[in-house]
Write a protein that binds this ligand. Structure first.
Ligand SMILES: [Zn+2]
Length: 254
């Protein structure tokens, strides 16, 4: 099985995690930006370069082709965040940079709204997909707000990835025509829940969202793919969730 993990944070991934991903069949992965507590725009610039230079090579040696998403994460909005916005088109021109992300809101304050709106405008201007995270609280209201903002900016729903989709927001995402990012881990979606609600989750793409901030499993996508296979799910549906959708959204098909 060839799999794509649509959302990881490679700079936090231990070597054993990378090995396990490669051995389990992950052939491509998208590494999203996150810099908890960042204060300076320059920190993001170095972070983006680390992702697409050092870590792309590092992962490639183990057989995982690494792509990068760039953007200001709500967990670390620098004081001079507009400098990052101004530079994003330059970073998006790198061949292995395929999206903006991880962006979104945690608290719904004006700063978070301004940063997200500015990044939506960059995504629209550069015609790149946008990976938006949903926080743990007020999820439906956040998703409504994201869609309202995206509509105003004129982003096509097929380029809007709403990540950490669960049963509470999956129908909202499908109705809007956006792409559900489905994170396989205890606090989000486990393989059994995926199977039980497969008709609602089928238009999505799986990921492990690996970071070191809480408990995560770098092999989440692999475990979900194996479980669906064992349960005799239509191979086409499994392929869409674990490869094709991400390949199409991020334009990384070969
Ligand atoms: Zn993430």
């Amino acid at each position: 099985m060839k799999l794509i993990d649509s959302h990881i944070h490679v700079t936090m991934l231990p070597y054993d995690g990378l090995k396990a991903m490669a051995e389990g069949g992950i052939v491509k992965a998208v590494s999203c930006a996150v810099l908890v507590g960042a204060k300076h725009a320059e920190s993001y610039f170095d972070h983006f370069r680390q992702n697409y230079n050092f870590y792309r090579q590092w992962a490639g040696k183990e057989g995982v082709e690494l792509y990068t998403a760039v953007g200001v994460h709500p967990a670390g909005i620098p004081d001079d965040w507009t400098k990052v916005i101004d530079k994003l088109p330059e970073f998006l021109a790198e061949p292995s940079v395929v999206a903006l992300g991880e962006v979104g809101m945690n608290n719904d304050n004006q700063l978070e709204r301004d940063v997200l709106k500015a990044q939506m405008e960059v995504a629209k201007a550069c015609n790149k997909p946008l990976i938006i995270h949903t926080p743990n609280q007020n999820r439906q209201a956040f998703v409504d707000l994201y869609f309202e903002m995206a509509q105003k900016v004129g982003i096509s729903p097929q380029l809007l990835v709403i990540d950490h989709a669960m049963l509470d927001i999956i129908d909202q995402i499908n109705e809007f025509g956006a792409v559900p990012g489905i994170t396989i881990r205890k606090q989000h979606v486990l393989p059994e829940e995926l199977l039980e609600n497969l008709d609602r989750y089928a238009s999505g793409m799986l990921n492990c969202d690996y970071s070191n901030i809480f408990q995560n499993d770098p092999t989440g996508v692999i475990k979900a793919a194996k479980y669906l296979q064992e349960q005799n799910v239509d191979p086409q549906i499994i392929e869409n969730l674990t490869y094709k959708k991400a390949a199409q959204v991020f334009n990384i098909e070969d």
